[in-house]
Design a protein around this ligand. Structure first.
Ligand SMILES: [Fe+2]
Length: 298
């Protein structure tokens, strides 16, 4: 049933008036940034509801979805980060905060698997003991975007095992495949771990249901997470991706950037770095991390 022109005008005006009144309710917000964010959020949210002519049943389903996301979230499971990631909101936030031109290493999503209190290790230590997967030696340097080596940079690393699972996904299991370490006087760090595998993001909850209802894959290409901090530079949150992975162009969370795809070399059994003797093939990867200046204007 099509409505006549007068009815349409009444409807449009009623909807616009509601948006205006809600936006106006923030006029006395003492924090100008909060006022800006909330006003824009309301305009976009109302615009979306009007755009798709959202039904009451659909809005009820959305509330139920978010309620489930809250209920499944705990210290080891973060459904809201997954939701942000699969909607590209995490990467859009990274994008709007990235400098347009920089020689610094590119950032990508934080993801839901960082854990506070990972073991502090010395350079050369093995954090892959007991984990499934091919031994992998990771060594890198941290420098300024202008090439100056940074000693004492804090490097947090975390990655999945060869089965594609993080330590926290094993019920009651120990922390593994994650650590905190610091660069040495030359700006270098290194450690042993296992080579990570591609994995599906946890898809037994509401975000998984959303992916299957929309015909999308939950897979992420194999990667290692890094968070690198130095007092005088901008903190970098990024990954390196394993070159050749079949999921590189189909990442469920849109996190891949070409500059972050690096080759992992495979080596024959024998003596490896740090005196380690390997009875099986092992791999190694080398990376060069450049931190942007803390000031956005430099
Ligand atoms: Fe990950």
């Amino acid at each position: 049933v099509s409505e006549n022109v007068d009815d349409t005008l009444v409807r449009v005006s009623r909807e616009a008036d509601l948006t205006d009144r809600v936006v106006a309710s923030f006029a006395t917000c003492p924090d100008p940034r909060l006022r800006e964010v909330m006003s824009s959020l309301v305009r976009h949210l109302h615009g979306f509801i009007r755009d798709v002519r959202l039904t009451q049943a659909e809005w009820d389903a959305a509330i139920a979805f978010l309620t489930r996301a809250g209920h499944i979230t705990d210290e080891r499971r973060q459904e809201f980060i997954l939701l942000s990631d699969v909607l590209g909101a995490s990467m859009m936030t990274v994008a709007v905060n990235a400098p347009t031109r920089s020689d610094a290493t590119e950032a990508t999503v934080f993801g839901p698997f960082f854990v506070e209190g990972a073991p502090l290790i010395s350079n050369g230590a093995d954090i892959g003991a007991g984990m499934a997967g091919r031994p992998c030696y990771v060594h890198g340097t941290v420098r300024s975007a202008t090439g100056y080596p940074l000693a004492g940079a804090r490097v947090d690393v975390w990655a999945a095992d060869d089965e594609g699972f993080y330590d926290v996904q094993y019920e009651g299991g120990p922390l593994a495949g994650r650590a905190r370490l610091y660069t040495d006087d030359a700006g270098c760090f290194d450690y042993w771990t296992v080579e990570p595998a591609a994995y599906p993001i946890p898809h037994d909850g509401p975000v998984g249901d959303l992916l299957s209802a929309t015909g999308r894959s939950p897979m992420r290409p194999a990667h290692i997470h890094f968070m690198v901090c130095h007092p005088e530079y901008r903190t970098l949150i990024t990954h390196i991706f394993v070159d050749g992975d079949e999921w590189l162009d189909k990442d469920a969370v849109f996190g891949v950037k070409d500059s972050l795809v690096v080759p992992f070399s495979v080596h024959e059994p024998g003596r490896g770095p740090r005196g380690r003797v390997l009875r099986e093939p092992w791999s190694s990867v080398s990376l060069d991390i450049a931190l942007a200046s803390d000031s956005p204007h430099v």
